[in-house]
Design a protein. Sequence first.
Length: 96
Amino acid sequence: MRMNLKHCVWVVAVSVGVGLSGGVVQAVAAPFFQDQNHDQAQKQDHDYSKNKTYQQGLREGQADHAHNLDHSKKRHFKKDEDQKAYEAGYQKGRGN
């Protein structure tokens, strides 16, 4: 009986240790994944800088900011990438 009790205690201790170390690894790794996502988002903004629709959005955003206007001109582009570029430029121009 004594041998079985030691074995059970050992199994429980190892299980708790594995569970705790897995939680610690996730807690430590989380900031690194967030930084990576943030860096990718910044790279996407920089990729738009030479895009024609990004430049258009930037100009219109700056003009709306200067005249205290809202985003009343709802531009729609055929390509989703152009729409994203325009919105990114507009938000940059507005100062958001």
